[in-house]
Design a protein around this ligand. Structure first.
Ligand SMILES: Cc1cc2nc3c(=O)[nH]c(=O)nc-3n(C[C@H](O)[C@H](O)[C@H](O)COP(=O)(O)O)c2cc1C
Length: 212
């Protein structure tokens, strides 16, 4: 299979300055809702990019767990590779791709740690085994074998039998406050529609069309 022959025309929609909301959060919520309705796979999955103090970027996928008080919320291990990079440099970008709808959204902003109490509440809502897993996994660290993790998982499960599992200090939420949004709708002949929102000094959002 020649990769250069894989080609698809995008025809599902149109995006204009007049058919988009004034507020980018509303536009995002509408598109996420449509992705869920259309049964796009993992509609809340987003690729997040972080950058180390030395200026080296890295990316990975996480799940969006809410949009509240102007922040996009996700959960992870604070000592993971991403956690360390975010401690060095709080600037982040998020990318959602909904292939089924021929759409993507890019968001740029700054993270801060989610309130501890809110992280506790979300942690408590997770399935039992996921809570145990979060406690024992030194995310992003080198381990000797899968057996090491499985042993730790069993030992930790026994330790917490019949008790309320405590959220580990190194695991919790992040809230991203955006300063830029871009909504992308695939169009024919690669002449895609792109609408950018940038936040102004007074907090208002300026909307512009970008070249494909
Ligand atoms: C669909 C999907 C959802 C994921 N959701 C999360 C998540 O919500 N939080 C998380 O820490 N890792 C999640 N992961 C795993 C991350 O992509 C990544 O492997 C992990 O966080 C370690 O990243 P790091 O070493 O760059 O810190 C998910 C992976 C996939 C493919």
């Amino acid at each position: 299979m020649k990769l250069s022959n894989i080609r698809q025309e995008y025809k599902r929609g149109k995006l204009t300055k007049s058919n988009t909301h004034t507020n980018p959060f509303q536009q995002f919520e509408q598109w996420l809702e449509e992705a869920i309705q259309e049964k796009a796979e993992e509609p809340t999955a987003m690729v997040i990019a972080t950058v180390s103090a030395a200026g080296h970027p890295s990316t990975r996928t996480v799940l969006l767990k809410g949009v509240e008080n102007g922040q996009f919320i996700f959960f992870s291990n604070y000592e993971s590779r991403k956690g360390q990079q975010l401690a060095e440099n709080p600037y982040i970008s998020l990318s959602f791709v909904w292939h089924k709808l021929e759409r993507q959204v890019h968001i740029e902003g700054k993270v801060e740690k989610y309130a501890e109490e809110k992280s506790n509440n979300y942690f408590a809502s997770r399935p039992y085994k996921s809570r145990i897993g979060a406690r024992i996994s030194p995310q992003s660290k080198i381990i000797t074998s899968r057996m090491q993790i499985m042993r730790a998982f069993v030992a930790e499960s026994i330790k917490w039998t019949g008790k309320a599992i405590k959220r580990p200090d190194n695991w919790g939420g992040y809230g991203v406050t955006p300063t830029r949004f871009e909504f992308w709708q695939g169009r024919e002949n690669r002449l895609h529609d792109r609408i950018q929102y940038t936040q102004q000094a007074n907090g208002d959002w300026e909307k512009n069309r970008l070249a494909p």
